[in-house]
Design a binder for this molecule. Structure first.
Ligand SMILES: Nc1ncnc2c1ncn2[C@@H]1O[C@H](COP(=O)(O)OP(=O)(O)OP(=O)(O)O)[C@@H](O)[C@H]1O
Length: 378
């Protein structure tokens, strides 16, 4: 029997690892290894150990799979265990125990056993305390998890953490962003790769694949390898917005609009990401040109802001507030500041949370309100 899902997951991992520009290493191309220790055979040391007079081989760069024990990350772990040695990499796993469910420790222990059974090493089981600061239990668990992943990667000197987000996760994320009324950065959804911490990348091979790997494929890949995966009861718990999108909203859309909605949403994310990246570059270029320090703050040329299309003008305003004062402006406040440029009729100073904005001699001047952080980020 052709194990198609297994092969798809392995190909996704192989491509992601080959093309990753992992921190501290060069991007793999073809069979060349990250650190110059290319070893498609998977045997880094010569038989009999290191030869006299020959420098010991550099340790293989380490990648760590973020493993929950669910189908997605178990399929990823199996694919990484197979592919990493062939690319001159070593591969381990991190399992985060959020301690949120009664059987959490047992689930984490089983996942760790499965990882060891796949040949991953090291396998790290990390317990975290989840404290909800008001953003909800999902966000609190995510923050604790990513913090633990970053700390473990640093402790193990890993070049990358790999997570198993699928096309279905991406579609759900885009729908949630749409429902919130977000811009292209948020609609871009979950990035296939980004920096997790200084010197540590986070890679999502199933999202980077073309076409992206679906949840159905990860489940099939587990079945093809006889891997028993855990089903997280939270995934079907209607208390969680993401679970409602997964179990109720997307099935309705697929039924009413036809199959392919999830794929289309994931494609929208890719398009939005391209737009967002282009805007980021344009905003930085504009900021270099039209922003200057002002007493106790920063000033932007009103004429230059006016000359830009709204999409850029609004992004420049938001970027200045974020970089200079650490404040994320909402749509309403952004438009109010933009009106000092586009609908100028001698308005007085504008108070937005943490910032005072005035128009003064052809410049829009941003000044920190008491307590606001100040200083444009590098
Ligand atoms: N307990 C865990 N331990 C280690 N890794 C985990 C754990 N839970 C999830 N992950 C990793 O995160 C990926 C996404 O999981 P999930 O969709 O549940 O996360 P999420 O809450 O949506 O957060 P985010 O999408 O921001 O990672 C999984 O595929 C897996 O790689």
């Amino acid at each position: 029997m052709i194990q198609r899902a297994l092969l798809d997951t392995r190909r996704a991992v192989r491509n992601a690892l080959r093309h990753a520009a992992l921190p501290g290493t060069a991007a793999l191309s073809g069979t060349a290894a990250l650190s110059g220790t290319a070893d498609p055979s998977g045997t880094a040391e010569p038989p009999g150990g290191v030869r006299p007079g020959v420098a010991a081989p550099a340790p293989r760069p380490l990648v760590l799979v973020a493993l929950s024990g669910g189908a997605d990350s178990l399929a990823l772990a199996a694919a990484v265990a197979h592919e990493a040695p062939r690319l001159g990499l070593s591969a381990g796993a991190v399992i985060v125990d959020h301690g949120l469910q009664r059987d959490a420790a047992a689930v984490a222990g089983t996942a760790a056993d499965l990882a060891r059974g796949l040949g991953l090493a090291p396998v790290r089981l990390v317990g975290v305390r989840v404290t909800d600061d008001g953003d909800g239990p999902e966000a609190a668990a995510r923050a604790a998890r990513y913090d633990a992943l970053a700390r473990t990667a640093e402790a193990e000197r890993a070049a990358a953490i790999l997570t198993a987000h699928t096309r279905d996760d991406q579609a759900e994320q885009v729908l949630l962003g749409l429902a919130r009324g977000s811009g292209s950065r948020s609609l871009a959804g979950i990035p296939p790769a980004r920096e997790l911490a200084p010197g540590v990348a986070i890679l999502r091979p199933f999202l980077a694949a073309d076409p992206a790997i679906t949840r159905a494929v990860t489940e099939a890949a587990c079945a093809e390898q006889g891997l028993a995966f855990w089903r997280d009861p939270h995934n079907a718990d209607p208390a969680y917005a993401r679970a409602r999108v997964r179990t109720r909203v997307l099935p309705v859309l697929e039924r009413e609009l036809g199959p392919g909605v999830a794929a289309a949403l994931a494609r929208s994310a890719d398009l939005a990401r391209e737009d967002a990246e282009a805007f980021d570059v344009m905003v930085e270029e504009q900021i270099e040109e039209i922003v200057e320090p002002a007493e106790a703050g920063i000033a932007v040329s009103a004429a230059a802001l006016a000359a830009n299309p709204a999409a850029l003008r609004h992004r420049i305003i938001r970027r200045v507030a974020e970089a200079e004062f650490g404040i994320g402006l909402g749509r309403e406040h952004t438009l109010a500041i933009a009106a000092l440029v586009t609908a100028w009729r001698g308005q007085g100073p504008l108070h937005v949370p943490g910032i005072l904005v005035t128009r003064d001699r052809g410049r829009i001047v941003f000044t920190g309100a008491p307590g606001a952080r100040s200083g444009m980020e590098e």
